[in-house]
Design a protein around this ligand. Sequence first.
Ligand code: AMP
Length: 474
Amino acid sequence: MCGIVGIRDAGGVSFSIYYSLYALQHRGQESAGIATFDGTKLHKHKAQGLVAEVFDPEILCSLEGNVGIGHVRYPTTGANRPENAQPFNFFFRDRIISIAHNGNLVNDRELRDEFEAKGQIFSTTTDTELIAKLLIDELGNSGSIEDAVHRCMRDLQGSYSVVMMIDGVLFGFRDPLGIKPMCLGKTKDGYIMASESVAVDALGGTFIRDIYPGELVCIDEEGLRSMQIARAGRRAHCIFEYIYFARADSVLDGKLVYDVRRTIGKKLHEEAPTSADLVSPVPDSGTAYAIGYSQRSDIPFVESLMKNRYMGRTFIMPSQTEREKAVRIKLNPIREFLADRSVVLVDDSIVRGTTSRRIIGIMRDAGAREIHMRIGSPAIKAPCYLGVDMPTREELIASDKEEEEVRRRITANTLHHISLAALVEAIGCDHRSLCTGCLTGCYPVPIKGEVSEPVRIEFLDGTYQTKLERFESE
Ligand code: AMP
């Protein structure tokens, strides 16, 4: 769970990267960083905190150059430490290299052991440094940058969308299964690569397309080039990006996330109709789903819970009692809408179950007579090893419980999770194009102690394609 961006634009890039990172802030709130290259020198700044806290105009003005990359971090591997903030910047044989990564490797321990056995040291605990080590290892063997990316795709297992800047040339690549998103856009005088299309929108740019799984895109003064390095027998886009993680206004692998969520809402009503007085979302994650449910059922959409927009990640309370109060500050029920009413309450997912139980409690205290919970994802049965911060099996409420037991624990009158078939239909692709590990417990990459269905990956004799059609159609 991180956001990445890379921009090359004749008009200078630091402010554009800043705005893009702002648009990707939902992907990570722990740290933010930007690295730019001015033709001879690298400029960089990164720190713990939100994008708005880490940068100010003076810092942005000091980040000179027409090419750069940026990152917002949410830790999935690697502790919450300042040195784990990205981009990583380093020098290798007169080359200036910056790299930023979104995803999670599952063979990082083995790869680290191999490097350490050769006497190499690591200065961070992130798997991004491992990607950097692999790249350097290949470059050190007099391989080209393309060979180095080929090596990464051969040796790395897991999810990785990467932006990288080498002596001012911008590269982006995505793992052969396309687990984490990454897209390409046109800016006024250049190009952008970013985790989600909202980063392109933030610059008033034009979305071109997603970066293909296994593709390497290179952007330099001559424009765009692309090379298909690897091709997998199937894709495995993260299903949870559609359910919760991506912004609703992003287009992910060809689908507008808002539309997917609204369609799921409609299907929730088809699968589990109810007659109620109103349909309410858990703001904001349930909104698009609730609108769909209301449209299909003709039950009025009413916002009966108001979210305090100013409660950020800094609102940390030391004790359980204080935390319970914090929920009240975060979400306030509107009594006038709830008193003696029967409510369909819609949210995207139940993970630990604590949020749903607390919200239902608050709504009952405000007078709601019945609460029918509808959830936009199937029950989450297994942890994620591929980049979404999810708890262990023991903490996942549905890992060992049937829906009826979950309903009882969250104290809803009725509970329904969307079926996997309906969810896949709403996304509009074959279920074999998605990673459904958290829902099925079966993963597209081998993970120790888990069931997996590994995918065959073919490596290609890459040649660069420069035709613009490759970027505009397909
Ligand atoms: P809970 O069931 O108490 O763990 O909370 C679930 C709610 O948290 C969901 O309705 C989501 O809106 C949100 N959520 C889902 N997945 C995550 C995640 N990986 N990190 C943070 N919040 C999440």
